[in-house]
Design a protein around this ligand. Structure first.
Ligand code: ZN
Length: 602
């Protein structure tokens, strides 16, 4: 980070400290730690809310006092929207399982309903705060728009936005309400709930219409699959302003779905990150034209896959800063998130710790790392003697400690969110292939989710010692490849979406073991492409060759590109023309100050 932006961040924190921008002036962010429980079996990133909050806190955009914890919605509030018979049916695992699209036991059923009830409480609070402040309030969740009066659908059990609208009406709020639903799927449930209420206009742009008929006040726009930036934005620019001008809302709920993104693993739209920000800004600015300080309740809506935190984070940074802000990479967020959660547990505030761009100085967090990620001799003594080296990862960490780390980094939660209720860690005593950690979906070890083999290695760079990843398998064996995503070479099952969190964990192991950095040898082009999001090339020539291949294969999927490189089909035009091959090259995350200095000099 350049010194000027460091200064700016410092000034922002200072301003907050002296009360120039406290909770009253700042943006309320509604969030509950239980959101990380996710919905069992759904590829929602269970940590999306925490990643966004980490980004906002760590950048100094908000302080802990901007975060507002909601309470679960009262059943009475749910009854204003959903029928008694439907709410009773949510005790039945078959009913809930059908909505979520997978078989559920009684415990998972209860958890899924509790989570959506808490979410409904969160959207209620968001609406209240938007009205109180006559401005924006943001819920890091919500947008369960398929749920109708007497049925759920498409992952949605309880329609949180409709529950919030009904709650505010019950409290006497009478002005017109607008629901702008830009999740890529049809907001059919909300439309059905307000079918006969002209005071609530439901505006939805979606890929295809669901079954529900039109309402007295709705705009329902179908764009089909594969919609691109310009077509989408043109439609929004044409259709939204007249609705806002005619309806003149006194409160707007905006479902800022990120599943319009090209990278989304569920959605079939093809919007770029830039276009999504243009969309979000357009909604805010259109509403502000009607009324300068417009009460705006933002909820996240859909967004699937490990990058789904990015579009909302970009939008919120714009709301807070009034300009476009560059986002940190997924790895920094994973590390920052763990520090934030550790701070929460210890009752400390993480505000202003700046963990995302820490220098090489051993600072408070590094000491925290040691406390969190290792045991001292004394601890071991208290536990009744030093355990044998057998069955310990890197001769140091027991299966329980590794399991605790995987829990802390959210990896177990994400496995649970994919339907593996009891993820189980296995440590293999060091074999010829290196110390090994395996993560299974259950104690009977039927589904292998992760296999990691590492080595402490000083051959990568003279006089530096690395933790080298010899082998890393991350897979979701019960899931299937979608039609839009073909398998990568050698891949049997779709990925688990936890690479950034695993890399973040390994970086903290490097700190604990006082190693210089984390290293990985990318033996195939696609491996380099995946690793490049978190690791960098040691040799600038490798970086250069990578970029040239990337440019020559930009119209191909990653799987196609990798096969094509392996077959010698990617040819540098030259002269002379020359096939670009991928050979095994080292990639690293520098951890020690010494290595960071070495690499910045090189
Ligand atoms: Zn959606």
């Amino acid at each position: 980070m350049p010194p000027t932006s460091r200064l700016r961040r410092h000034l922002r924190r200072l301003a907050r400290k002296v009360g120039l921008a406290g909770r009253r002036g700042g943006l309320p962010i509604i969030y509950h730690p239980q959101y990380r429980l996710g919905i069992s079996g759904i590829p929602l990133d269970a940590l999306r809310a925490e990643r966004i909050a980490t980004f906002l806190l760590d950048g100094g955009w908000i302080g802990q006092d901007n975060l507002v914890e909601p309470h679960p919605a009262h059943v009475e509030a749910l009854r204003r929207v959903h029928t008694g018979a439907y709410l009773r049916s949510l005790d039945d695992p078959h009913v809930v399982g059908r909505v979520l699209g997978l078989p559920l036991g009684p415990r998972e059923t209860r958890e899924a309903v509790e989570l959506q009830r808490l979410t409904a409480g969160g959207t209620i609070r968001t609406g209240e705060l938007a009205l109180e402040r006559q401005g924006p309030a943001v819920h890091l969740g919500g947008g369960f728009h398929h749920a109708g009066p007497h049925r759920g659908g498409g992952l949605c059990l309880l329609n949180d936005v409709a529950v919030a609208v009904a709650h505010l009406r019950n409290r006497g709020f009478q002005e017109p309400i607008l629901v702008v639903d830009l999740d890529i799927h049809d907001g059919n449930g909300t439309r059905a709930i307000f079918a006969h209420d002209p005071s609530v206009h439901t505006f939805s742009i979606h890929n295809r219409n669901w079954e529900d008929p039109a309402a007295t006040a709705d705009t329902s726009l179908e764009v089909g699959a594969g919609v691109e930036d310009e077509e989408y934005l043109d439609l929004l620019r044409r259709e939204l302003p007249p609705v806002v001008a005619a309806h003149r809302p006194g409160l707007t709920f905006y479902i800022a779905g990120a599943d319009v993104a090209r990278e989304d693993v569920y959605g079939d739209a093809r919007l770029s990150d830039g276009a999504i920000l243009v969309r979000d800004r357009f909604v805010v600015e259109t509403l502000q034209e009607v009324r300068g300080r417009h009460p705006l309740a933002v909820v996240l809506g859909g967004g699937y896959g490990p990058s789904a935190w990015r579009p909302p984070a970009r939008f919120l940074a714009w709301l807070l800063a009034g300009r476009e802000v560059e986002l940190p990479d997924d790895l920094s967020i994973s590390l920052g998130r763990v520090h934030w959660m550790a701070g929460r547990t210890a009752g400390a505030s993480s505000r202003g710790e700046g963990v995302l761009d820490r220098g090489g100085e051993p600072r408070e967090q590094d000491r925290t790392d040691r406390a969190l990620f290792s045991l001292t001799e004394e601890d071991l003594g208290a536990l009744g003697g030093r355990p044998s080296q057998e069955g310990q990862f890197l001769g140091k960490f027991s299966a329980q400690e590794v399991e605790r780390d995987l829990q802390r980094f959210g990896i177990l939660e994400q496995a649970r969110a994919r339907g593996y209720a009891e993820p189980t860690v296995e440590i293999l005593p060091s074999s010829g292939l290196g110390p090994t950690v395996r993560l299974y979906g259950s104690p009977d070890r039927a589904d292998l989710l992760m296999e990691l083999r590492v080595e402490v290695d000083d051959r990568i760079l003279p006089s530096f010692t690395f933790l080298t990843v010899e082998w890393l398998l991350l897979q979701d064996p019960r899931s299937r490849f979608s039609t839009t995503r073909d398998p990568l070479p050698g891949q049997e099952h779709p990925g688990l979406g936890v690479l950034a969190d695993v890399v973040a964990w390994l970086v903290t192991l490097c700190r604990t073991l006082a190693l210089d950095g984390l290293a990985f040898r990318s033996s195939h082009f696609h491996m380099a492409a995946l690793a490049r999001r978190h690791l960098r090339f040691l040799d600038p020539d490798d970086q250069d060759r990578f970029q040239r291949i990337l440019a020559l294969t930009q119209d191909q999927t990653l799987a196609e590109a990798s096969r094509s490189v392996a077959a010698g089909g990617v040819v540098d035009p030259g002269p002379p023309p020359e096939p670009l091959r991928w050979v095994e090259v080292p990639m690293v995350v520098p951890v020690s100050r010494r290595l960071k200095q070495q690499l910045s000099v090189a």
